[in-house]
Ligand binder design. Structure first.
Ligand code: SDX
Length: 427
């Protein structure tokens, strides 16, 4: 028997069904609420709204739990690979050895870009932000793969998904090469997904490039940590764009645009810039005071989260990975010490404790990416690279739902009511 929620509005009382998932909060199904009451519900920012049903990722913000198809992010980060995690998100189960090999081979053979796409880069200034390039080039992919517009053909959807997962590293690496005036480096099918990305980014045609296995493993783990995250802003953007029937490349370009914001994926770039600006531990109190000051728009970047009211489990893995990379590369950058002390001071400050503000995935990621050699402008492009699998998995889940409708929210209107037009000479 399904529970119901009684909502009384004026002289009307409606019973809305309460639906339960396998775990997590119940939802009140209000799909008939407007038809029954003539009123809308109101939830700007969707703090209390479930936009869809999904089986991909579950977050328990109070407990700091993140599961992908039921597998804990800590287990996947420590024991899995990004390719295996991609397979899991797309297909629902961990692959056996043969399935994983076949999947990796498929992705490897889609890493090349159509040669004409290289000319798109020449239209950008050399100092264009890589996210501007990613938005443009990914959106342009739809001009090269008309078959991928057959969004109701599951086979075509999976090909488009494989193409996007495979080509994002090539597109991101080319954005970096273009920004530093170096020649593009073509994919090398003998390398792993992440090793290939490292070589396309840091390799040069004039000499062989040796992939550092510690860096390769650390970056692959960072990709796993960024793969998917329920209905975050960019994923919701991808779903909304997809609900209109837009092709998958246009939908992912929309997700990239949304991720760019500093409140979302742009926070990793902003967090490292903040840590560099603080510069040394003695200046931390000044910045904590600013973050607490209601009259100061400054926020601690990489801190806080809409869902996590406990430690972001991804930040835990990230902090551990910093130590591994710093040791392997013999990095001696004070920025890590500033980050550790900032975290310690913030987490002992009542303001952050009461508001349940903890480091999130973006707090330490920039420290690692900087140590590996990426410029801060590339950090969000790497986030987009990794999140593409989550976006396409969520897009596939939505499109394959026969009950799927176009997303079209309503509003609370507070503008002027109807008034007669007045000719300009009478105003
Ligand atoms: C990502 O949704 C996802 O899952 C996103 C993500 C993913 O994987 O897709 O996890 C990736 O985007 C992580 C978040 C990265 N963003 C940042 O690190 C930017 C800094 N953080 C914030 O701006 C903020 O914490 C958000 C945007 C992340 C969450 O904002 P909410 O949930 O809307 O919370 P809020 O802005 O209403 O803040 C609640 C209170 C406010 O104080 P009051 O008005 O109640 O007095 O906490 C304060 C805020 O001022 N606050 C902060 C703060 N974050 C929130 N104060 C200082 N520093 C901060 N970082």
């Amino acid at each position: 028997m399904t529970d119901t929620a009684k909502i009384t509005l004026g002289d009307k009382t409606v019973d809305s069904p309460v639906l339960s998932g396998t775990v997590g909060p119940d939802v009140v199904d209000i799909r008939k609420f407007y038809a029954q009451t003539g009123a809308f519900t109101y939830d700007p920012g969707f703090t209390s709204t479930a936009s869809c049903e999904s089986q991909l990722t579950y977050i328990d913000g109070d407990e700091g739990v993140l599961l992908h198809r039921g597998y804990a992010i800590g287990d996947l980060a420590e024991q899995s690979s990004f390719m295996e995690t991609c397979y899991l998100l797309l297909n629902g189960e961990l692959p056996n050895g043969e399935e994983l090999q076949t999947f990796e081979n498929t992705i490897t053979r889609h890493t090349m870009l159509h040669e004409q796409l290289a000319t798109f880069y020449r239209g950008f200034r050399r100092d264009a932000h890589p996210m501007a390039v990613m938005c443009g080039v990914v959106g342009a992919l739809s001009a090269f793969y008309p078959d991928s517009t057959e969004i109701h053909d599951p086979h075509q959807r999976m090909i488009a998904s494989h193409r996007l997962i495979a080509k994002m590293p090539t597109i991101a690496a080319m954005a970096y090469k273009y920004s530093v005036g170096q020649p593009f480096v073509y994919p090398d099918n003998s390398l792993s997904y992440t090793g290939n990305f490292l070589r396309m980014t840091f390799g040069v045609p004039a000499e062989p490039y040796e992939v550092n296995p510690v860096v390769e493993r650390a970056l692959d783990r960072i990709f796993i940590l960024h793969a998917d995250h329920e209905q975050n802003a960019s994923t919701s953007t991808v779903r909304l764009a997809g609900s209109s029937g837009a092709n998958p490349f246009a939908c992912i370009a929309a997700g990239i645009a949304c991720l760019w914001g500093p409140a979302h994926g742009g926070a990793n770039e902003a967090a490292l810039n903040m840590l560099r600006e603080i510069g040394r531990p003695e200046r931390i109190p000044e910045y904590i005071a600013r973050a607490k000051d209601k009259d100061d728009p400054f926020r601690l970047m990489g801190f806080g989260h809409r869902v996590y009211k406990n430690y972001d489990p991804r930040a835990t893995v990230m902090q551990k990975t910093v130590r591994e990379v710093f040791e392997a590369l013999k990095v001696n950058d004070p920025v890590f010490e500033v980050a550790l002390q900032l975290e310690e001071m913030a987490l002992s400050d009542p303001y952050f404790v009461e508001k349940k503000l903890f480091p999130n995935v973006d707090f330490y990621s920039g420290v690692i990416l900087s140590a590996i050699g990426f410029p801060t402008t590339m950090f969000t492009a790497l986030f987009a690279l990794a999140r593409t699998v989550g976006w396409v998995a969520q897009w596939n889940e939505m499109i394959s739902d026969p009950a799927q409708k176009i997303g079209r929210p309503r509003q609370l209107y507070t503008g002027p009511t109807h008034r007669p037009y007045v000719a300009v000479d009478k105003r």
